[in-house]
Write a protein that binds this ligand. Structure first.
Ligand SMILES: Nc1ncnc2c1ncn2[C@@H]1O[C@H](COP(=O)(O)OP(=O)(O)O)[C@@H](O)[C@H]1O
Ligand SMILES: [Mg+2]
Length: 348
């Protein structure tokens, strides 16, 4: 390596970005993950003029607590870019935060961004442009299931079928990969958000209690189960919210068996997505999956017993990746750093 290219490499801020519906992670070459924040932007509108008030952690704490003039937006909520301007603001702000102020011309970074496999050409272009406007020298894209599989150490460069199920906030991506490509992929609009909504709805129907989505998410993370516990009930939990009949705050009891019942529908939708892929892949790849099994990534993979449910429903080996929440960011970072994966990076 010449002196100049060494200098260039050392001073560069090359980064890999996992642009998730719930969380955005940034991985810097040689450093690993340096930023992990919610994909949320707080927008203030005064006299019809919109301005960005806060991004990431600062914006998430405002959710559900903002005055009318401020709106907390999740620009990628359902896996598609609902609001491209806001998404662009968010990408730029995260890049600025990591690069620190104005990058000097010789340190303009190369950026690899992970996009949902179901995103359209227009959405991908918009994401690319946002990164270029933020000072990127060159932008590459990588499809999320590929990044997840690399992060989970699956043999994506070999002629062997690997199956990955990434359960994020807004979507679940199911894919079979082989020889650096996606052999088959599908995206279901069901993930952690739909599980939270299912808990909110269940508590409302059963106990006339209104709870917020953040409360539901906390219950899901701490006590959620994908199937009824062996004694049918499991632990009992106390939940506070507002009584729908007389409008005052109250507390109710619910058990883990009931939470499993509440989550049955979104989990059923994920099972259907997995089955669809298994039924549509060529037999040679199907045979590989019988040996290799299915790897679960994304925050939703942390739901207790989800692996057991998928194992029972498919009859295949199912394992949860070691670090489901950071797997995609690590895979995107490795795709940037390791020349072996150059072939999976796309320019558009
Ligand atoms: N322990 C847990 N149990 C169940 N769900 C979890 C757990 N931890 C995180 N999640 C859920 O994972 C989702 C976020 O996962 P993530 O992979 O970051 O999504 P995305 O890639 O779409 O941004 C959220 O819906 C969150 O509630
Ligand atoms: Mg993700």
């Amino acid at each position: 390596m010449s002196f100049f290219s060494k200098l260039f490499k050392m001073s560069s801020n090359d980064m890999a970005i996992d642009l998730g519906t719930a969380n955005t992670l940034v991985y810097v070459r040689g450093k690993g993950i340096v930023l992990d924040e919610p994909s949320v932007v707080a927008i203030e509108t005064i006299n019809g003029v919109r301005s960005t008030k806060a991004v990431g952690n600062d914006a998430k704490v405002m959710m559900g607590k903002t005055p009318d003039s401020i709106q907390a937006i999740r620009p990628l909520r359902d896996g598609v870019i609902a609001d491209i301007d806001v998404a662009e603001q968010m990408i730029k702000e995260f890049i600025r935060k990591v690069a620190g102020g104005n990058p000097r011309p010789w340190s303009f970074p190369e950026i690899v961004i992970c996009v949902p496999s179901g995103s359209t050409a227009v959405e991908r272009r918009a994401i690319r442009d946002a990164a270029l406007n933020a000072g990127a020298r060159q932008v590459f894209l990588i499809e999320e299931p590929m990044a997840a599989a690399i992060g989970a150490n699956m043999p994506v460069t070999e002629p062997v079928g690997s199956m990955v199920v990434d359960i994020g906030g807004g979507t679940t991506e199911v894919a079979v990969l082989s020889l650096r490509g996606l052999a088959y992929t599908t995206s279901v609009r069901v993930g952690g958000d739909k599980m939270d909504e299912a808990i909110v709805n269940y508590v409302r129907r059963h106990s006339n209690l209104l709870i917020g989505e953040s409360t539901a998410e906390r219950i899901k993370k701490d006590f959620g189960v994908a199937r009824r516990p062996d004694d049918d009930k499991g632990q009992t939990i106390h939940i506070k919210g507002r009584d729908l009949v007389n409008g005052v705050p109250k507390e109710i009891e619910i058990n883990q068996g009931q939470i499993a019942e509440a989550l049955a529908e979104p989990i059923g939708a994920i099972v259907v997505g997995v089955r669809n892929v298994l039924e549509n892949i060529p037999p040679e790849l199907a045979a590989d999956i019988v040996d290799q099994g299915i790897v679960l990534t994304g925050g939703g993979a942390l739901l207790k017993d989800l692996d057991v449910v998928l194992r029972n429903e498919t009859g295949l080996p199912v394992v949860v990746a070691e670090r489901p929440l950071t797997c995609v960011a690590e895979g995107t970072g490795r795709a940037m750093e390791d020349p072996v994966y150059r072939g999976v990076l796309m320019t558009s």
